[in-house]
Design a protein around this ligand. Structure first.
Ligand code: PEP
Length: 253
């Protein structure tokens, strides 16, 4: 099955409102004429609405980096799915390894966030990945299996179809150490196999699985040649229009 490649930029805690608007302005120009690749950017919360306004009429989608599962109320510091929808978000990243590592995110809280996002018609970029210790201890597959089972718990076929999975080995994020295309493909194939067991062949063949971890204009092409790699979640290299647009235009390189 043909899956539309999907490349998303996770800006993390970078860019003020003004800087974010400048960057999407540059991106609109740098990406004009790009077809057959879906593109999204995930600015910090404070810049979402301004970026949404700047993106009006552009095919670039807006994503948030997290959400809280309640709709409103006494949850100081949190942001609800309704707020993200209103700010123009199409996607939300959930379960990023930095959230798991620094902010106590668990498979259970990831699952609650995913369910809340989908109820409110936000598509989900669901991040999973093993640490270096887990990889070296031969635990990559059990960890991935646990994260998928926990994160997608209770979701039906239609809900999971609105989910993109981002395989991001923690040891490759922000380290400059990319997984080789073969290492990444091995895990992507495993993920697709798991989805087939949990859902069906038709569902697993339709779901896009992004790779994330030190993706650059230099290594994207090799990664995208792999049959089960359907795109990338890009951190550092998404902060400059030049490098991000080269990644999106990987076919032209
Ligand atoms: C990420 O934050 O999702 C990521 C993959 O970061 P980087 O590209 O900087 O490794």
């Amino acid at each position: 099955m043909e899956r539309l490649p999907f490349i998303a930029g996770n800006w993390k805690m970078n860019k003020t409102v003004g800087e974010a608007v400048d960057l999407v302005r540059e991106l609109k120009t740098a990406l004009s004429g790009v077809e057959e690749v879906e593109v999204a950017v995930a600015p910090p919360y404070t810049a979402l609405f301004a970026v949404y306004k700047e993106l009006e009429g552009s095919p670039i989608r807006l994503a948030a980096q997290n959400l809280y599962w309640e709709e409103k109320g006494a949850f100081t510091g949190e942001i609800s799915p309704i707020m993200l929808k209103e700010a123009g978000c199409h996607y939300v990243i959930i379960g990023h390894s930095e959230r798991r590592q620094f902010f106590g995110e668990t498979d259970e809280t990831v699952n609650r966030r995913i369910q809340a996002a989908l109820v409110h018609n936000l598509k989900v970029i669901f991040c999973i990945g093993e640490t270096l210790k887990e990889r070296e201890g031969g635990k990559t597959f059990p960890v991935i299996e646990r994260q998928i089972g926990g994160g997608l718990k209770g979701l039906g076929d239609q809900e999971v179809r609105n989910t993109v999975i981002a395989y991001e080995p923690v040891w490759a994020i922000g380290t400059g150490k990319t997984a080789t295309p073969e290492q990444a493909e091995e895990v992507h194939r495993f993920i697709r196999g798991k989805l087939e067991k949990l859902y069906s062949g038709a569902v697993s063949e339709g779901i896009r699985i992004q790779y994330g971890g030190s993706v650059t204009p230099e290594n994207i092409k090799g990664l995208m040649k792999q049959p089960d790699i359907d795109g990338a979640l890009v951190g550092g290299a998404s902060l400059k229009a030049e490098s991000f647009s080269k990644i999106v235009r990987y076919r032209e390189m």
